[in-house]
Design a binder for this molecule. Structure first.
Ligand code: RI2
Length: 325
């Protein structure tokens, strides 16, 4: 008999997040939240404590898929913290918790979709007719800004980095091509060569720290340096659920390091004796190099960003690891 606690579909989504079949910080948060619903709906016990134990277990499996994009744990926190409040208020039926979990999940997904639209609108305000915009990797949120500006009738062009080792820049180029935006795909190391042709840089984020530093796809900080050198505005488009509450308590954001086989073929490395490969998926761009963080609450400098978040969400009172027993 299988010792799996949840349906195969649950584990398939977990695997798809790990292997990056489902990727992008917002997308993995939405997928994880939907997967928590699958797990919750499959639980057959009528015992509330046992139900909570299993839901937390499912959340923990999801949290462990990818360590850096804080959107994923934040999506699960959004749901679990509300359920814990309901429990404290005296809700005591598994069926009620299942229903509530479903409705909190929908609330999170809806608010994520709305946030992206608002970011598109606010960000587009920063783009002018004739701008050449450089973007890195494939950020749905950064693309929302670019595409909204284009649909407002602004004649813009994009330079997209290919984004080694997984070439997410190609996805960006494909999306822009469909929309009809003239796009030039370049190798990552050509960024500085082209910077004098760029009016603005717009990237996404996987996590934003309490000091306003942005964690995004590896290479982002080098692009920020090159932009800074040429006085090109560097902007980050990110929903507020990419803020890392852990960083308020002194914890650092873990940088995911992925398999070396994403960089070189196994057979190539096996022939070499003294060579190793490192493959960090993200890097940290310090706040000094960031001109604006575009969120659904407005456009802020990295210096005020954490205050806005705290004022809006009262994040100090949030349980950081609600999936713990
Ligand atoms: P949206 C991606 O990470 C990229 O780093 C991208 O900039 C970021 O998530 C935000 O993406 P990965 O999943 O949420 O490719 O804006 O490692 O789509």
């Amino acid at each position: 008999m299988s010792n799996k606690l949840f349906p195969d579909e649950f584990y398939r989504i977990v695997e798809d997040i790990k292997t990056m079949k489902i990727r992008g910080a917002a997308e993995i948060a939405i997928a994880a939240v939907k997967d928590l619903v699958i797990a919750s709906d499959s639980i057959t016990t009528n015992d509330v404590d046992e139900y909570f134990r299993l839901v937390k277990k499912a959340a923990k499996i999801l949290v462990d898929t990818r360590p850096t994009a804080v959107s994923l744990p934040n999506g699960l926190r959004f749901i679990l913290n509300r359920l814990i409040q309901d429990y404290k208020r005296g809700v005591n039926e598994v069926s009620s918790f299942k229903e509530k979990l479903r409705s909190y999940a929908n609330e999170f997904i809806e608010s994520a979709k709305n946030a992206r639209k608002l970011i598109g609108m606010y960000g587009a305000g920063r783009i002018e007719d004739g701008d050449v915009i450089l973007t890195h990797c494939n950020s749905g949120t950064a693309l929302e800004v670019i595409i909204t500006a284009f649909r407002q009738g602004k004649n813009i062009k994009v330079i997209a980095t290919e984004t080694r080792p997984r070439y997410q820049g190609r996805i960006t180029a494909e999306v822009l091509d469909k929309v009809g935006i003239e796009t030039t795909l370049i190798v990552d190391s050509a960024v500085r060569y082209f910077m004098n042709k760029v009016d603005k840089v717009i990237v996404g984020a996987d996590a934003i720290a309490a000091n306003g530093a942005v964690v995004n796809k590896i290479g982002t900080s080098l692009i920020a340096l090159a932009a800074h050198e040429s006085s090109v505005p560097f902007m980050v488009a990110a929903e507020t659920f990419k803020f890392s509450p852990d960083t308020l308590f002194g914890r650092l954001i873990e940088i995911e390091e992925r398999e070396y086989t994403e960089v070189v073929p196994k057979e190539w490395l096996e022939k070499l004796k003294y060579v190793k490969i490192r493959n960090p998926a993200f890097d940290v761009t310090p706040p000094e190099y960031i001109d604006a963080i575009i969120t659904e609450l407005g456009v802020f400098s990295p210096a005020v960003y954490p205050f806005i978040i705290r004022e809006r969400f009262g994040i100090f009172y949030m349980e950081l690891e609600p999936w713990k027993d």
